[in-house]
Design a protein around this ligand. Structure first.
Ligand SMILES: [Zn+2]
Length: 246
């Protein structure tokens, strides 16, 4: 879905726990760069390729991938993506999530203990698939770490905002040219309305809400959440309400 000139919220359907759902990696481009924010689940390369084509940007144009955080639905597609693009692709992430993305540490939410009870409820094929992922979580190199407040000079300027809580190294991005907030999983949205971080998947809710507070000072016209997609209604109002605990 076109968000603004040179910005597209891709739509990928993922099958994981609790049936199919749609996730939204964001593609940002101009004449020089094509950046992807988050890379989807393992096995989604073809869907990602088609989504990029539909947005008018062939996958082979990709120059960088910014990973908002370490979770499976954000980095799972990264190894296959990096293998598929012929030119160099720089991978950027926050230092606090880097060891989990690179496989130096087990991704926090891929701890088998977190899954033990839920696995028993699954039918055998799905259970085996998740057990295989837990046994060998996807990993990918990170070429450059990003810090809070950094400004990337790509596609009109991208401001990096460290928004920990969902994970320690979660990043949100602010696209200066289109005044678009890419919120990753720091926020979700439902039916075009911004909602607070989901307690069930957020490691530290108090920190996550403080992180939303960091976003309230931005001149945001629209937001893209990874789960829920584009939000154009009352974005700054909802940010303030969510940060205040409303
Ligand atoms: Zn996540």
């Amino acid at each position: 879905m076109r968000v603004a000139e040179g910005v597209d919220a891709l739509e990928l359907t993922m099958e994981f726990m609790g049936g199919p759902s749609v996730i939204h990696p964001t593609l940002i481009w101009d004449d020089h760069e094509a950046l992807l924010v988050d890379a989807g689940m393992p096995g989604q390369l073809e869907a990602l390729r088609q989504a990029c084509e539909r947005a008018g940007v062939p996958l082979q144009r990709l120059t960088r991938v910014i990973v908002t955080h370490q979770d499976l639905d954000h980095i799972g597609g990264l190894p296959a993506l990096l293998a598929a693009v012929e030119g160099p692709v720089e991978v950027l992430a926050h230092a606090d999530d880097r060891p989990y993305i690179e496989g130096e540490r087990r991704p926090i939410k891929m701890d088998p203990a977190r899954w033990a009870a839920r696995l028993t409820e699954l039918e055998p094929r799905r259970r085996a698939a998740i057990e295989a992922l837990l046994a060998d979580p996807p990993r990918a190199r990170v070429d450059r770490t990003l810090a809070d407040g950094e400004r990337l000079p790509y596609c009109g300027g991208i401001r990096v905002i460290h928004t920990p809580g969902h994970t320690p190294g979660h990043l949100s991005l602010y696209l200066e040219r289109s005044r678009t907030l890419i919120a990753g999983d720091a926020l979700v949205s439902e039916d075009g309305v911004l909602q607070g971080p989901r307690p069930g998947v957020t490691l530290d809710m108090a920190t996550a809400l403080r992180s939303v507070g960091k976003l309230t000072g931005l001149d945001v016209e629209r937001a893209v959440t990874y789960h829920g997609g584009l939000v154009e209604r009352d974005v700054t109002t909802r940010l303030a309400e969510i940060a205040a605990g409303a």
